[in-house]
Design a protein around this ligand. Structure first.
Ligand code: FES
Length: 157
C-alpha cells in the first residue's frame, strides 16, 4: 500500500528576500525607506530605522529625510503639516511675503518651521537640522545615514 506524499514546493532559483523598510542595503550606512510610489508630491511619512525616527518628504520629484526630532523641545517635527511660510527679510524689503510653498514643515507641538530641502529653521537660521540624502534605486528609496556636506543652494532661507 502506498501513502500519498504531500506536494512539496518546487525549488527554483533562489529568490532574494523582499526588501522592507528599515532594512540595510548592504552598503555602509544605507537603508531602504520605501518605494517611489509610497509618496505623492507634497506627502511625507515617518520611517523608523532602528531607534532613529526620520521624516521622509517628497517635494516635487525630490525626496528628503530629516530627523523626526524638533530642536525646540524634541517634539515629532516631521509629523507636522507641510506648507509654506510668511517671511520678511532684507531681501523682501522687510515686507511679509509667502515663500517656500510646500517646502516648510511646522512642528505640531509649538509651530517651529523648518525648510525641508535645507533643514534650516526659519526663525533661527543658525539652527540647521541634520540632512540625510535620499536616492532612488529603481523603484526603491534609499537613505544614507553617513555624514555628508549639507545641501546648499539659492533657496536657502
Ligand atoms: S517641540 Fe517643536 S516647536 Fe516646540
Amino acid at each position: 500500500m502506498s501513502r500519498a506524499v504531500p506536494d512539496r514546493p518546487r525549488l527554483t532559483a533562489r529568490q532574494p528576500p523582499p526588501r522592507t523598510i528599515g532594512q540595510p542595503t548592504g552598503r555602509p550606512g544605507e537603508y531602504i525607506v520605501g518605494r517611489v510610489d509610497d509618496l505623492a508630491p507634497g506627502e511625507q511619512k515617518i520611517v523608523e530605522i532602528g531607534r532613529l525616527s526620520l521624516g521622509l518628504f517628497r517635494i516635487g520629484d525630490a525626496y528628503y529625510a530629516l530627523p523626526n526630532l524638533c530642536p525646540h523641545q524634541y517634539g515629532p517635527l516631521c509629523e507636522g503639516r507641510l506648507s509654506g511660510a510668511i517671511i520678511a527679510t532684507a531681501q523682501t524689503n522687510w515686507e511679509p511675503v509667502w515663500a517656500y510653498d510646500g517646502e516648510v514643515v511646522a512642528c505640531p507641538w509649538h509651530g517651529l518651521e523648518v525648510h525641508v530641502p535645507t533643514g534650516r529653521c526659519l526663525a533661527y537660521p543658525e539652527v540647521r537640522l541634520r540632512h540625510y540624502p535620499v536616492r532612488r534605486e529603481g523603484e526603491v528609496l534609499i537613505v544614507s545615514l553617513r555624514r555628508t556636506t549639507p545641501p546648499s543652494g539659492e533657496s536657502t532661507p
